[in-house]
Write a protein that binds this ligand. Structure first.
Ligand code: MN
Length: 284
């Protein structure tokens, strides 16, 4: 029998200000305790009520030693980096960016035609051996993300696999699962997750239950160990992002947009920034 995962922690996301004054709902951020190894941060940007003025965005900033995963559901993020990459992450798209030894980029959220901005950013750690690797992008457009229907529930598979349907994001050190699950009312959804992987779900609309506990939105659910996760709905639908990955079990030292393994490596990153040697190729 599959051992169902119980709930370890329910997190109520907190409002934080980041970038040039962007309001975000943060479930957790990087911390030396590394409680959610290999995951470092989960942010939800959903500030359409009340409407803000001009969106300030995230002017040029560095990253080193991590991956940032941006998933948009409405509006878009204009993106430009120090390696000459630029583009738009529009509704339904995912950008899985492996910063490796370093990128300098700007991320500018913009309202969509319906005047809303709605999306998520997850930070995934890199193992020590890959922290200074070559930066890499996996840009996945909405149409490339497979949609799997199971028991009346619709699952967009971004990374990982369900019933042989494979997500397009690949070759990530954390062996991640990243799925957008839309549950119908009066349904159940169960999914196997390797027992040594960290597993969490971010409920962002509707309500339901998991392991006999009531869930509402927005809410981050951290699961105990076990072999599978199970969700159920009653009269309301529920939509959530299901995330899992293999922990690296390495010490981390976070400092702003860098997450390294030692304090010396953080000092090196700051020194590289100062000297202009942070990015190996052309600057922004
Ligand atoms: Mn960034």
């Amino acid at each position: 029998m599959n051992k169902l995962r119980e709930i370890k922690q329910l997190i109520e996301p907190q409002m934080v200000l980041e970038g040039a004054g962007v309001r975000l709902l943060r479930s957790f951020g990087p911390h030396t305790s590394n409680l959610y190894d290999p995951f470092l941060l989960f942010d939800h940007f959903a500030f359409n009520d009340p409407k803000e003025g001009p969106i300030a965005g995230f002017p040029t900033h560095p990253h080193r030693g991590i991956e940032t995963v941006t998933y948009m559901l409405s509006g878009k993020v204009r993106h430009r980096d120090s390696l000459g990459n630029s583009g738009e992450i529009t509704a339904g798209d995912v950008q899985w960016m492996t910063a490796g030894r370093g990128i300098l980029h700007e991320e500018m959220p913009r309202r969509g035609e319906d005047n809303t901005i709605y999306g998520f950013q997850l930070w995934v750690n890199l193992p020590a051996a890959q922290k200074m690797g070559t930066p890499r992008y996996q840009e996945v457009k909405e149409a490339q993300i497979p949609q799997h229907i199971k028991d009346g529930n619709t699952i967009r598979v971004i990374a990982g696999e369900i019933d042989g349907v494979q997500g397009p994001v690949n070759e990530i050190a954390a062996q991640p699962l990243y799925m957008d699950v839309s549950m119908s009312p009066n349904s159940t959804f169960e999914h196997a997750v390797p027992s040594d992987h960290t597993c969490m779900a971010y409920v962002f609309s509707g309500s339901g239950k998991s392991a006999s506990q009531e869930l509402h939105s927005p809410q981050m659910i951290i699961f105990e160990d076990g072999e599978s996760v199970s969700f159920e709905t009653q009269s309301e639908p529920m939509r959530f992002i299901l995330i899992a990955g293999a922990p690296f079990n390495e010490p981390i030292v976070p400092y702003g947009p860098f997450v390294m393994n030692t304090r010396e490596e953080i000092m090196q990153a700051l020194d590289d920034l100062k000297k202009g040697t942070f990015v190996q190729d052309s600057q922004i």
